[in-house]
Design a protein around this ligand. Sequence first.
Ligand code: AHR
Length: 634
Amino acid sequence: IDIQVASSGGNASSPIMYGLMFEDINQSGDGGIYAELIQNRAFQGSTPFPSTIYPWTPIGDAALSLQNTDTPLSSRLPTSINVASNSTSGSKVGLVNPGWWGIEVKPQKYTGSFWALGSYTGDFTVKLQSSISNETFASLDIPSQTVADKWVEHIFVLEPTVAAENANNTFSIEFTSGSGSVNFNLISLFPPTYKNRPNGLRVDLMEALKALNPKFLRMPGGNNLEGDISHYPWRWNDTIGPLTERPGRPGTWSYQNTDGLGLIEYFHWCEDLEIEPLLAVWAGMYLGDEDDHLLTAEELKPWVQDTMNELEFLLGPSTSTYGAVRASLGYEAPFHLKYLEIGNEDNLPKNGASSYMNYRFPMYYEAISAVYPDLIILSSTGDYTAVGGSGANATWTDFHTYSRPDLLVSWFNKFDHASTEHKTLIGEYAIVQENLPGAKLEGVNWSLPKVKFPSWIGAVSEAIWSIGAERNGDKVMGMSYAPGLQNMNSYQWSPDLISFTALSSQTTLSTSYQIISLFAHNTHEATVPALSSSPYGPAYWVAGTNTISNSTKEFIFKAATYNTTSPIPFNVTFEGVALGTTGTLTVLGADGGWSANLVGGEEVVQRREGVLTAGEGGTFGFEMGEWEVGVLRV
Ligand code: AHR
């Protein structure tokens, strides 16, 4: 394939081409990137997921029960665990927590706290120990400060000196029986967090996300924004302030969310990774209740106002009503926000798109753009049924697709004729099922299982999809694989970008991750024409440039191959590049299309790197085999 790459004449590319999508699914927040190690730390409950003692277990002859004491820890955390013992023998009683399917123990500081109510006068002993050998990794006696009728916080640090061999470890609180019962609530233990943020995020997962080189974070959903049960959308003001003031909510994905990972934590996440927040707000559509899932315009009014309050909290001066709330939490300066999405997949239910277009989107758009004209507002329908503004204020739309490899490759040119004014974000995409026999180009069959991990062929088709998106740099503003994270011990959706367990050594970067990482580290400021007499397929490509200095540009050429019987020879000529100029070629491949990165398995993606020298006419020659993805940087 001969390709001539021009040095100018294309379109500016988006500065936020590759990003992240996050919602609490697959225990990706609680039990995942939110670094809290204690599962069910505050006995939060809701109608669908009532408060439970699980997974706490008693020590000694302790009896554990849930109580709503006359004096609650807070009105938002009314339920606590009572630890009682009939024994007068002075034996040890208490409660044990297994973490989120284990606790990683390393020689590092664990910051803990618990609230207690009672009149116990001895010591509490907090411990990290093995649930198999009972080996104690760290133990500390804390004098009780309890008083009857008043909740008192106890703060401690545990510092093991050795690492545990596995994740089968527990955290416990013990005390001496015989002096009445004690109630506990908000029992918390954090390992060191990313950038040492209090109430922060898991280091290895944040490092993996940082290494991907993303440019934005779309959050907090996804379906989890909307709530599966009527009347439980994600509520920003239930996720801010001290943890004692966060009631939690029934998430969409079959578990209670603690909301410890809340609005401010999401903004810290963006600040710490130096990426753009793309905040989604609920748009009057619940997921679950088929008869009642769309709000009328009248019902929607207070919710539009609620979004205005949220925006004032984030962006308003500290003298404004909600800006003052932010300042009272220690954030005098407004947060940075440029992108705001109205809802999530609001086209899906019957009448979803029409109600969204007729009144739901316009109500939000008009109220928000009047006060925040610089915000880029996205509709969630993925088409242009609901758009507003024009020029610099034109709205964008968020397009999602879950697909099969052959089908996604056939969509290579999907955005060639998209709107250049109302631009597109591909806020969710992934290959979730294999190809169909006979190369049938049918979409996903949602009644059949999805693949467990991203396969290599799927990742290559996603690369071709990304190349198609990059070619349309004036139309597609960014893309994020979804879902982002999967706790292997409890998940609702596979495949995912990164899989993990309680042990950081088991964090597994998928084949899709490897592709995105390659592309996200090789972005360009502008596309340039890359012309050939050969049609696209089985090779697909895009070229772009970056300005290095006033007189120097670099070229970035990306290519992928799909369904070729023999290696494809490329001869790529870059305008203005002289004989002898060198470039670096990186090619990713794997043995077999359906190989995947499994937790605990070998990395299947092979990386080949080399320096190439331009021949006669500034042409670089190289070959790429079946299902390979390459970047040539000149
Ligand atoms: O990524 C999983 C789900 O797929 C998201 O929650 C939803 O937006 C989409 O349908």
